[in-house]
Design a protein around this ligand. Structure first.
Ligand code: PBG
Length: 327
């Protein structure tokens, strides 16, 4: 039986050439930021819940950066796992000009490669309690004293060679205070990539164990500062405030459960939009791959092109190093 249909949309899918001609969105290596864990350990160690992702001592990291750079990856976000004895309640190791992040930044810059270094700006790698800010006597994360230390830390990071600071703390007003601190200290070209719509997500678990900020089996509650996953309007307001306060790039995080927020961010702002495919998004794909239930590479690519299609210009992804050569 054959009909005379007016429309046969399958024509556009009938072979790889036409499929490629009509492709609407595609990933390229230069879309990606690779998040990188650095540690004081002597050897690289694999993150248990993130197969294929390692914590790198600075010496090995420099070798890796050269390798990644050759594959076309040029933007890296640094996350430190510092020694427990350097942590305290106030997280003031973040202000140490010789901290792990600062030493790593300086060492990478010595390679003289064209790379962009992004440093996450929050206290959680540095505090004993694992919160992103200063905890007051009532047990609450204090907004303004946290902003104050983060603004100081942005100068320490900029001095060490960090090109972009990425406040991931979700305190009120921090973008304005950080921008002013950078301007006052003549870091006019140090950019702010703001975690503007950062949700209180269960998908951060593997990351927290990677940087050693979570005590075993204790789930750290960050819901007094990170957004409720149910709220889109509130995310809109956060995005608007960060843009007003001087952010250069707005970020949505996690990515795949929040594609509508990415789309919203893209339509409401004319700033570049970043999305962070977080640790748990990575781990669930890798876990299913290990069980033989899903193929990691095709699932990763599908997830990432979805993030791009939703409107992200920049994607933070732990898959970036292994996908780079195929894009
Ligand atoms: C720290 C920070 C977190 C992530 C990035 N920066 C964790 C958190 O807020 O608890 C999560 C990244 C990931 O899960 O891959 N403020």
């Amino acid at each position: 039986m054959t009909y005379q249909f007016l429309h046969r949309p399958r024509r556009l899918r009938s072979n790889p050439i036409i499929r490629s001609l009509v492709e609407e969105n595609y990933l390229k290596t230069s879309d990606f930021v690779l998040p990188v864990f650095i540690s004081e350990e002597e050897k690289p160690s694999e993150v248990l819940s993130m197969p294929g992702v390692f914590r790198w001592p600075i010496s090995n990291l420099c070798e890796q950066i050269k390798d990644w750079h050759q594959k076309g990856l040029k933007a890296f976000a640094l996350f430190p796992k510092i020694s427990p004895e350097l942590k305290n309640e106030g997280g003031n190791e973040i202000l140490n000009p010789n901290s792990l992040v600062c030493r790593a930044a300086a060492a990478i810059k010595q390679l003289n490669l064209d790379v962009v270094l992004i440093a996450d700006l929050a206290l959680d790698p540095y505090t004993t309690h694992g919160q992103d800010g200063i905890v007051d006597s009532k047990g609450e994360v204090d907004n303004d004293s946290t902003v104050e230390i983060l603004a100081k830390a942005s100068i320490v990071y900029a001095n060490a060679g960090i090109d972009w600071v990425a406040p991931s703390d979700m305190m009120d007003g921090r973008i304005k205070i950080i921008r002013e601190a950078l301007e006052r200290n003549s870091f006019h070209n140090t950019g702010i990539i703001s975690y503007s719509a950062k949700f209180s997500s269960s998908y951060y678990g593997p990351f927290r164990s990677a940087i050693g900020s979570s005590m075993d089996s204790v789930i750290i509650d960050k819901s007094t500062y990170q957004l409720n996953p149910a709220n889109l309007l509130e995310a809109q307001r956060e995005l608007a405030l960060d843009a007003e306060e001087g952010a250069d790039i707005l970020m949505v995080k996690p990515a795949e459960p929040f594609l509508d927020v990415i789309k919203q961010a893209r339509s409401q702002s004319n700033l570049p939009i970043a999305a962070y495919q977080v640790s748990g998004e990575y781990s669930r794909i890798m876990a299913a791959n290990q069980l033989g239930w899903l193929d990691w590479k095709s699932c990763a690519l599908e997830s990432l092109v979805g993030i791009k299609r939703a409107g992200a210009n920049i994607i933070f992804s732990y898959f970036a190093d292994r996908l780079a050569k195929d894009l």
